[in-house]
Design a protein around this ligand. Sequence first.
Ligand code: HEC
Ligand code: HEC
Length: 393
Amino acid sequence: MIRSSAGLLILLCSALIGCGIADETEVEGPAGTPLPGVTTYESEQFFLGQALFNRAFTPEEGLGPLFNQVSCSSCHDLPTSGGHGAEPVTKVSDFDERSGCNLLKEDGGDLLQASVVPALRTAGILPERIPASATAVTELRAPALYGIGLVEAIEDGDILAQADPDDQDGDGISGRPGLGAQGLPGRFGNKAQHATLSEFIENAIRGEMGLTTPEHPTEEMPNGLPLPEGSDPARDPELQTSDLELLRAYLGFLAQPPRRTLDNPEDQAASEEGGGIFESIGCANCHTPTFVTGNNQSMALNQKSFRIYSDLLLHDMGPELADICAPGASPSEWRTARLVGLYLRSEFLHDGRARSIRDAILMHGGEAESARYRFQDLTPELQQSVLLFLRTL
Ligand code: HEC
Ligand code: HEC
């Protein structure tokens, strides 16, 4: 009943202008496709960027000398290019209450490179190892990048409006923005440590693949040691600004996967009930269901309402989930994970430690502990409804 009347309302509204009901499906499309509203030019940029994202680089073309994988899509490939990944990426750090977060720059930095080009191996230089100075280690899994341009198109003010660093409303949930370059509020990465997609792309290109860019034309050192002569034949910078812009266009215009309708009508009805429970037990206090993008020069991203199920803020998730730190985030603080496209995945949480959605919920601690207890207090049927709901996002 409720569904058909809502459907009717949407039908009526689509005929009226300014009806006030935002249609979140406008930005949705099959995994790996561009946003439905892109122009012909934007679509061309998207597909050129996609080719670069999928391109496997060789050492002669600039790969390495230290790297993790040969292409972006080596890690972001499930179920399509731009998706999540199963390849673990090792990150290390050292945290101390007094001096804060140390990213171990002098020992090769917080991102470990697990491969070296053949020339380095010949010179006796092996892939990086976890340095003795590291007091925390994690094995991050690549998150899906679908709809990430919409995340970038949210205005800072709309994210900051949800922050409550001192928990003034007393609901046990604080939430504060991450720290990106130039002190801007961060929103990308598990520690919300990057403010813009360009910043993240630049970092991934250098850290994961060892390609130099106009802004960072020098190669990284293996565990901080100098590189042997001739181990890096490509001329620096190995990528041009135009390449970085194409990658940005690809990620910026990746469509959001659509909601899934469950085949069995009873499951579908239960999942709708689960959506209400998700809100009433406090999951939505961090997993904010929707955001609306700000004014954007691309119409495909301009003032679009979209499903996100994240406030993009950092929350203390308790000691069990604590590992590495970032300049703006303590070991136990993590950015609320976006819950869109969960049905495409089989590993959950930043390091993939949860093999089911249920396990992921049961591992919520810290600020999320009371929501977790409220979930655990539900009858098995109602818990199942919440899980079904999550499988439709
Ligand atoms: C070796 C595996 C690997 C490769 C290769 C890789 N990534 Fe990632 N990617 C990750 C991991 C792991 C994360 C999570 C990092 C974090 O939280 O700090 C990530 C996160 C991201 C994010 C942020 C997502 C979010 O939700 O905030 C973007 C954007 C991104 N990658 C783009 C790229 C691009 C562009 C390339 C190619 C230049 C690339 N990645 C190559 C593993 C990889
Ligand atoms: C205090 C904020 C907060 C609350 C409340 C909260 N979560 Fe989360 N949730 C997070 C954060 C932060 C993560 C990411 C943690 C990590 O990666 O280690 C997360 C991750 C998840 C994931 C895994 C997603 C993925 O991509 O791997 C699921 C599923 C999830 N939450 C569901 C729920 C449900 C259901 C509830 C209510 C019972 C809930 N959450 C309540 C903050 C919260």
